[in-house]
Structures are given as C-alpha cells and as structure tokens.
Write a protein that binds this ligand. Structure first.
Ligand SMILES: CC(=O)SCCNC(=O)CCNC(=O)[C@H](O)C(C)(C)COP(=O)(O)OP(=O)(O)OC[C@H]1O[C@@H](n2cnc3c(N)ncnc32)[C@H](O)[C@@H]1OP(=O)(O)O
Ligand SMILES: O=C([O-])CC(=O)C(=O)O
Length: 371
C-alpha cells in the first residue's frame, strides 16, 4: 500500500458543484470572475443547490424563503448568552450553536430529499443570525432581527451593526460572499461529505465542517492575516518582518495553496476591493502593507496570496471585528457544504479510505502488573 501525505492530488469523489481545472474556478461551469462581477449571493446559492441559475421569479421566491427561515429558536440564542462570552471564539460558539439547532428541529434526522432541502434553507438563513447575535451579545447589545426586504449581504451587515449598510459596503460584502461560497473538495467540504456519507444528518455534517474550517491552515487564516498586519503595523516594517519569519520557517498566513500553484483566481478580486475600500476609509496603509507583503513573499518564496489574504483588509475596512472574519467565511461556505451534502446523499457510499500501518509488529502482551 502506498500513501500520499495529506491526500495531495487524490481524486476522492465526483462532483458537479464546482471545479478547479488548470487554475480556473467555476461553480457548476460558471467562471468565478463572471459570478464575482455579476451575481448576488442568493443567485449563487440557488446555482449551487440546483445546478442552474434561477429566473427572476425563482430568485425572488428563494430570497423570500431564506428571509423567512432566518429566525433562530430562542433557546439557541439563550444558550449563546450563557457562554463564557469573553473567552469563547465566535467559531467555537457557531459550531456549538449549529449543533444545538438540530435539537430544536423535529426534522433533524429525516433523510428524505425535501426534508434535507428544508434544513439546508434553515442553515443558510440561520448562520448569519447566530454569528451576528453572538457578536452583539458579547458587546452587551440585543440581537437585531433581520429585515426581509434586504439582500442577504445587506441583512448580515444590518444584523451585525444595527444599521443598514451603504451601497458600496453591501456590494463589496456580496462579492466576498460569492467568492467564498464553494471550492471543490477543500478540507471542510470533504469533512462534511465524510460525515454525511455515514448517513448522519445535515446538522452533523455542517457542525463537522465548521470545526474543519476553524483551523489556521484553512478558514482560520483570514483572522491571522489581520493579526499579522497589525503586528507589522507599517509598510516600512514589512520587509524585515516577513524575511525574518520566512528564515524561521514561520508560515505566512494567507499565502500558498494545495491546488493553485499559479495563483488563486479569487485573490485579485479581493485585492481590488481592498484597494477601493481602504481608499474610502482613509486607511490605505492596510492595502499598501498587504501589497508589500505580497511582493516579498512572492519574490522570496514563490508563494502567491490565497483567498484569505486580501479578505482580511476588506473585512477590516467594512468595520468588522477581526474574530468574525472566519465565521463570515462559514456564513458563505455553508452554501457549498450544503450543496455537497445534498450531492453526497443523492449517490451515497461510505467514505472509508485505508491507512498504511507504520507501527511495531508482533508485540507480546504484558500483564498490567508487569508494565
Ligand atoms: C481558504 C483556504 O483554506 S486557503 C489556505 C489558507 N491557509 C493559509 O493561508 C495558511 C498558510 N498556508 C499554508 O499553510 C499552506 O500553504 C497550505 C496549508 C494552504 C497548503 O499546504 P500544503 O499544500 O500542504 O503545502 P506545503 O505545506 O506542503 O507547502 C510546500 C512548501 O511551501 C512552504 N509554504 C507553504 N505555504 C507557506 C506559507 N504560507 N508561508 C511560508 N511557507 C509556506 C511549506 O513550508 C513547504 O516548504 P518546504 O518544502 O520547504 O517544506
Ligand atoms: O480549497 C482549499 O484547499 C482551500 C480553499 O481555498 C477554500 O476552501 O476556499
């Protein structure tokens, strides 16, 4: 038996949800550049779950369905309030709250496709409610109920801040959601598929996926990019900081990718958004510092920025707290997880690879008293 560390290059399933071929990302065949420039997040979710774009009527009905499903059971919000709020990371709170949602859904263990689709709508609609409620609760503020007439992107910012966003912020946030929605068999999506392939329920699959996204080698990198920018503090410090980190074999957050070796096609959109938004906020230092780091890491290591690098200065410019960056990734990526979960159920087989054993052989049993 031979093995590939980290399953690099292994094709583990077939999927129609998204593809990365020759460095080009598509959602069901639609190029990410077209989607980023034109699509609403709601349209993208519809595409991922139905393998086609909606017409106007279908989109309106879907957006309404999402808006109507956004209320989270009071017991789940009450539980958020009971957490040791100043110590709990929002990703841990989200993981626990999503698991808790299952306890209040009578259909949680129903396996019919229609029931699973209803749960998908609830999860997509309720993750923003949980993330924004948690952020407000820990600031001693009341959660804000969503406004059904707002877009998904605008509603998130509204529930987070208690005021409706301006058009530029709404558009930028919508684009960020579109860019993060799905990404083939990334670690959290694979986790979700492995979980539900045992015929476990949708909530378990999403809870497991949140746990995988939380790690710094995956979705957790965006928060750490901002921590690094803060630590560097000024564009003039960037070169010395990065060179020292690389010399010490420290991983630079937001760089490198398992699949893309010639660049992540999402990064250019986020870089341009970072430029525009930091100009508006009068804090172009974050953009300039990011560009400088990008140049140094590329020159020194040949590594290019991934989706997490410029998203940090984008979210910061939108006034979002830094530990909410990864939960925002989850608010978008849950659409992809759910598409993959539905696809997995539709043609399921248990996912159970093998391990190459490297431990000792033919060990002799030693009774407890002799050890
Ligand atoms: C949404 C996402 O999940 S995108 C990824 C988000 N994660 C990050 O940004 C964290 C930083 N990046 C990384 O840790 C990695 O590049 C990963 C996890 C994304 C990909 O990991 P892998 O495919 O296993 O790449 P691997 O770790 O083998 O890297 C190959 C070489 O490049 C180096 N390298 C990779 N990424 C980085 C980095 N960000 N900084 C410095 N060196 C790096 C590795 O140390 C390794 O060097 P070596 O051959 O001298 O040992
Ligand atoms: O695909 C990956 O390995 C990680 C990634 O970029 C994503 O999940 O968006």
């Amino acid at each position: 038996m031979s093995q590939t560390k980290g399953l690099e290059g292994i094709v583990a399933t077939q999927s129609q949800v998204s593809s990365i071929i020759d460095g080009v990302l598509t959602y069901h065949g639609y190029n990410i550049d077209d989607l980023a420039d034109n699509a609403s997040f709601e349209e993208v979710v519809y595409l991922l779950w139905n393998n086609r774009l909606p017409n106007k009527e279908e989109l309106d009905a879907f957006a309404k369905e999402l808006a109507q499903a956004s209320k989270v059971p009071d017991a789940v919000l009450d539980q958020l309030k009971s957490f040791p709020i100043d110590k709990v990371h929002p990703m841990a709170a989200l993981r626990t709250a999503v698991s808790n949602l299952a306890l209040f859904d009578e259909e949680a263990d129903e396996m019919e496709e229609e029931a699973n689709r209803r749960k998908a709508v609830k999860l997509q609609a309720q993750l923003p409610t949980i993330v924004t409620a948690f952020s407000r609760i820990r600031q001693g503020k009341e959660p804000v109920a969503p406004k059904p007439e707002l877009s998904f992107a605008a509603n998130f910012l509204y529930m987070l801040n208690g005021e409706e966003p301006d058009e530029i912020s709404e558009k930028a946030f919508n684009k960020a959601l579109v860019l993060h929605a799905d990404h083939e068999l990334n670690a959290s999506t694979f986790t979700a598929r492995v979980c539900v392939a045992t015929l476990s329920d949708v909530y378990s699959g999403v809870t497991a996926a949140i746990g995988a996204l939380k790690g710094p080698l995956h979705g957790g990198a965006n928060e750490r990019v901002m921590a690094m920018l803060n630590e560097i503090g000024d564009v003039d410090n960037a070169e010395a900081y990065i060179k020292e980190a690389l010399a010490n074999k420290v991983k630079i957050m937001g760089f490198g990718h398992r699949v893309y070796k010639n660049g992540d096609p999402r990064a250019k959109h986020l870089r341009e958004m970072s430029r525009q938004l930091t100009e508006i906020t009068g804090e172009s230092n974050w953009y300039e510092m990011s560009v400088k780091i990008d140049e140094i890491v590329t020159n020194e290591k040949g590594l290019l920025p991934n989706v997490d690098f410029y998203s940090a200065s984008v979210y910061h410019s939108l006034g979002i707290e830094h530990d909410i960056f990864t939960p925002i990734f989850a608010v978008s990526r849950v659409s992809g997880w759910l598409a993959h979960i539905l696809e997995q159920y539709a043609d399921n087989r248990l996912i159970r690879p093998r391990a190459e054993y490297t431990g000792p052989d033919k060990q002799e049993w030693i009774p407890l008293e002799k050890r």
